[in-house]
Design a protein around this ligand. Sequence first.
Ligand code: NAI
Ligand code: MG
Length: 500
Amino acid sequence: MATATQAVTLDQNVARYVAKPRKMLINGQWVDAASGKTFPTYNPATGDVLAQVAEGDREDINRAVDAARAAFDQGPWRKLSHSERSRMMWKLADLVEKHAEEFAQLESLDNSKPLTIARVADVPGTVDMFRYMAGWATKIEGNTIPLSAQGNGKFLAYTLREPVGVVGQIIPWNFPLLMAAWKLAPALAAGCCVVLKPAEQTPLTALLLGELIQEAGIPDGVVNVVPGYGETAGAALAAHPKVDKVAFTGSTEVGKLIVQAAAGNLKKVSLELGGKSPNLVFDDADIERTIPGAAMAIFFNHGQCCCAGSRLYVESKQFDKVVDGVSQIASKIKIGSGLEPATDMGPLVSQEQLNRVCGYLESGFAEGAKATVGGKRHGERGYFVEPTVLVNTNERMKVVREEIFGPVVTATPFKDIDDLVAKANDTEYGLAAGVWTRDIAKAHRVASMLKAGTVWINCYNVFDAALPFGGYKQSGWGREMGHEVLELYTEVKAVCLPIS
Ligand code: NAI
Ligand code: MG
């Protein structure tokens, strides 16, 4: 692992953006926290403070929910025609595209993902999500239903799909801007009003997006952005009696707290939670393609992906070759600050995540696992961890059972397909899985046996605004993206009347 050097020159707007304390967006106004408090966001490559941000808590959430409530109940959003809503969302996409480099740099500073990745993944994915959902704003339809009551044709019955109302959205730090888009775009397409709480580690791009939401002409109060900590601002939002629905992405542990908090007014809940996704390599796979695919499945975004291919299972004959190949790729990954153009992998997002991932490595070694590459922190400054491949693992180890959320993959050989599928499914999670084989029938058969919301065959980490994403089991409730996500943001109303 080499260390990359030489950072890009910051865009002047980005330098200005981080130089000033950032305010929160409530009812179309940029305001300080009611408490006057701010909190720091850090540059993960150095641990230095990057910017100060208004620290929202219960009182700010109350103000933001009142604004969203008024915008929904009396305000202009629902009264605008569907095509006007669509046009504003499309304009927002154009504005994000226009400011793409600023977003990429700001994301890279706040999260320390490689700028090169933010440019090709996070920012274009955000633009695409708003455009895709802008299309849906004019296409949310109900059905006509044939009733048998009192004989055929006696009633006209139909369904309407109406916006669910005021939505609280709580998002994580691994794809800060993209997660904001995954949440906001379908809510806006459906006609909902939103209070968005970005992760405390990475609030900056969601706040910049707030400025463009105003510029796109989306009316005041329709989108409110309240940065703050999970235990205060997040918990207040999840429990708020005037919020109709909460959408959350983050840890399974907090997902369960959200469910409890939502019980007070039985608000609707959707959850996109953790994973421990199996990546299955058969003897007959195209190994030259599989090796980089398996490496990317775990090392993309430093392993900080809910769907990371963190359990690699390889059929015995190819095991050594695949493990060697993935280890070699890991050993060549250039680690450095996200803003250095040569960087392949940045630091983890925070000291907390560094401690967590290093703790998992120690527990793996204590239980007998061996690293073929990596295995420890990289350097002494910033939150870097070496990309790591662990072998000699077994199904009882914490490193095999629990989500590590870092660049650490466990590799295990297999012989028998039924045993493999049982192992792959032996997890409380069910977010994603990978299958690598040239045998088409086997690929589909195995895909049908896996308990996972996404199965990638001979590829991994393919996302698209049109492709639903979400989890089985404790990986969550509901599906984001695709037309499926509209179910999360709409209520179905059945209407019927006698016609004879
Ligand atoms: P987290 O689940 O605590 O944080 C995610 C979001 O939830 C943040 O906006 C946070 O402020 C908010 N939050 C935290 N506590 C809350 C509460 N009581 N009520 C309402 N909102 C709350 O995740 P954290 O601590 O940042 O990371 C811990 C682990 O979670 C990671 O190691 C990883 O395993 C998992 N994770 C999974 C993600 C995913 O994409 N599914 C994303 C981030 C973390
Ligand atoms: Mg947490």
